[in-house]
Write a protein that binds this ligand. Sequence first.
Ligand code: HEC
Ligand code: HEC
Length: 486
Amino acid sequence: MQPRGAVVAIATLTFFLSACGRHDNSLDKNATSMAPIAVAAAAAPSPSSTPSPTPSPTPSPIAQAALARLNAPAVPLSAVAELGKKIFHDASLSASGKLSCASCHNPNNAHAPANDLAVQLGGLSMQHQGGRAVPSLRYHDHAPAFSIGPDTKPDEDDKMAAKLAADAKTTIAPVAPIVAKATLQPAVATQEVVPQGGFDWDGRAVNLTDQAGGPLLDPNEMANKSSVTLLAKLKVASYAGDMKLLFGPGVFTSPSLALGEAYFALALYQKEDRSFHPYDSKYDYYLAEKVQLSEQEMRGLKLFKDPKKGNCATCHIEKPSRDGRLPPAFTDYQFEALAAPRNKGIRANSDPKYFDLGLCGPRRTDMSKQVNYCGYFKTPSLRNVATRQVFFHNGAFHSLDDVVHFYVERETNPEKWYSHGKDGTINKYDDLPEIYHGNADVTDAPFDSKPGTSPVLTDDEIKDVVAFLKTLNDGYRPDGVKTASK
Ligand code: HEC
Ligand code: HEC
């Protein structure tokens, strides 16, 4: 494993990284080198006693695991998750009476908005703008809690993969707050350590239970004034009886008790309900060796993985773990400063002094002094990304074509992406204060391109990458029959 970027051995335990390098995982071809094999329904594996001139059709462990996910029988929700489902769809919990979790996290659009607003409207009057693009709620089933720890990848590290695959609790159970670097052993500190995991673009919610309170109390979202207001609403909700049955008749005696259980139910619903992690995209059928990717999609996958081309897989991991049990989430859960252009459509940005700096604030408050992480945002999963109409934490982009052009042109043609001063100068990295420009990732390809060189992907190659990204939409059926989980 060879870190690509700034590897710094440190003797002290202070924060130190300016830009985190990623592992060049595309060089290891073992896990994905299998050729796309179209297994026709009739072509059952031949008995091993019959020698065959063609390679053995026995599915690889990866294919078997992918197929097992596709064929897994539906499991009914627990009573608490059923309650969570009701809360998730309950607009009466918002100050406006118009917003439920499902309004922004639309189950018919991969649990993200179907509209093209960079940020959604909410609050009492439904006129308040949220600060960030709404992420999909899908594929958080193996997301680790927030930490700053060694730079290991789930697809390369069997121990970590086993932990993530087995650990159903990290995403819901309350856990101790951040493992700060100060608590790291020196042995670990000499390795590269990186921020990773957690929920929201800045990882400030440690787990899903912790996260659920955010939108309910956020003045720009569901806008409850306090936990007491929210308690009053839960008391008269249609499922108040369910809450008493499940958690005891005293559940409404204190806001912390009732809200804690409601948040837990919301987390459990997201954890248990298959619609949040169906693993039934064309790519999953491809991993299961049930379908071939088209020539264009295959070209796109190759460019996606190629460290000299897209290099996307370095951060958006496309490989399952070696035993296939941990499916690819198309994220390594790490944080990075990609220096997305400033989005003037966000009202808060009309104040030239306002910057959303992700990990170091202002939404997140516990890391405001870690200035080497200013501008860092979480790498999102790319599953279902083609169902979105806005991209990046600030919704600065409206098409995948633009996103991929930005990746390859940020350094070669910054004038295309950033605002210009009156004298025509380019305000490169215009959504990062100048003192933090050094945080922008310039070590991971394609961001290591030099000015004056050509972008590493041509327009046609970008089309191929986008075609590949479309294979990550849920609800694919090899027979062409569309299903509800699209
Ligand atoms: C007004 C729109 C809106 C509503 C309503 C809303 N959310 Fe969100 N949700 C967002 C935004 C915006 C973010 C990103 C916030 C951030 O990064 O600061 C988000 C983030 C999340 C995340 C973290 C996802 C990730 O990628 O880390 C979860 C989980 C979540 N919301 C669950 C919920 C639940 C549960 C509810 C209902 C109680 C809810 N949301 C209601 C807009 C909304
Ligand atoms: C160095 C790590 C890294 C590499 C390499 C990388 N990404 Fe990303 N990607 C990120 C991070 C971090 C974000 C979120 C950035 C933000 O919101 O400011 C992101 C966001 C995205 C998004 C927007 C998703 C959404 O829900 O808004 C898309 C699409 C995407 N990446 C595709 C790609 C493609 C295609 C490539 C290869 C050309 C690639 N990425 C290479 C880390 C990376």
